[in-house]
Design a protein around this ligand. Structure first.
Ligand code: HPA
Length: 265
């Protein structure tokens, strides 16, 4: 197994093609916490594999993250659906966090849809509300890029793809996603800081993957599902079961939205 992350992604893509018997893929969808039930709406898979069958992947650490990748034809796009991601808080480093993105790009993917569950900083967003990510603030202090890779990140999340999503569902709002390190949720003071910085959504994923996707020149759509108000904004306390329950309740709407977006690519 190569130590170079870009080489490792190529090896992983070759193995993916071998196991699925599908040489090329067009789209990657990463389903975050709570989004897994949305997978059924995307159709019958041509193949389903366990991530650990591919070099460089490790088993997911989180309940609600299944650790499988499906290959499904959605509209004209051969789509990889990744159920379960590696989070930065697992301590495996940024290369592990973005390995799925790099593998997908090495498989031919040009469009990457990153989804997540998050805390909402605007109380009008009730649990189960999808919000398009317009931009992010990366508070992890980390990056998947090593060395002088001076990447332009002035439009990480594609305007074109957001427009397509809003044509399908005009009620979709946009917001700025703030990635914290986790795995602890934010303190109320951290939530207030995120609001003052211009954030609308708080979570523990997505920004690092989006950076790697842009480095690889893929077009990125980010969709957050608000599962709870940010800590301290209401009297509620946070727990992972509630995050999963909000996902389950909204699953068919989310699956339908993803399907229609991919069909319009
Ligand atoms: N904060 C961070 N991550 C999350 C939250 C939250 O409030 N809800 C779901 N994932």
């Amino acid at each position: 197994m190569s130590q170079d992350p870009y080489e490792l992604a190529k090896q992983s893509a070759a193995k993916l093609a071998e196991i699925t018997k599908i040489a090329q893929h067009d789209v990657l969808v990463v389903l975050g916490s709570g989004w897994t039930p949305a997978v059924e709406a995307l159709g019958t898979p041509n193949a389903e594999i366990t991530v650990t069958d591919l070099p460089g992947f490790s088993a997911p650490a989180v309940a609600g993250h299944a650790g499988k990748i499906r290959s499904v034809k959605v509209g004209n796009s051969q789509t990889l659906i990744q159920m379960g991601r590696t989070h930065y808080y697992e301590g495996k480093g940024t290369a592990a966090v973005v390995h799925a993105v790099r593998t997908a790009v090495a498989s031919g993917v040009k469009t990457i849809i990153l989804t997540n569950a998050c805390g909402g900083l605007q109380l009008k967003w009730k649990p189960g509300t999808p919000v398009l990510i317009r931009d992010h603030i990366n508070l992890t202090g980390a990056t998947p890029l090593v060395g002088p890779r001076f990447l332009d990140v002035s439009e990480v999340y594609s305007k074109r793809l957001r427009k397509i999503a809003q044509e399908i569902d005009p009620s979709l709002d946009e917001g700025v996603y703030v990635q914290f390190h986790g795995p602890q949720y934010e303190t109320p003071a951290e939530v207030q800081m995120a609001i003052k910085l211009g954030g609308d959504l708080v979570g523990m994923s997505t920004a690092l993957e989006a950076i790697a996707a842009r480095e690889a020149q893929a077009e990125v759509l980010g969709i957050s599902m608000v599962t709870n108000p940010g800590a301290g904004l209401t009297d509620e306390h946070l727990n992972h079961e509630e995050v999963l329950a909000a996902g389950l309740a909204a699953a068919s709407r989310m699956g339908d939205l993803l399907k229609k977006v991919i069909e319009k690519l």
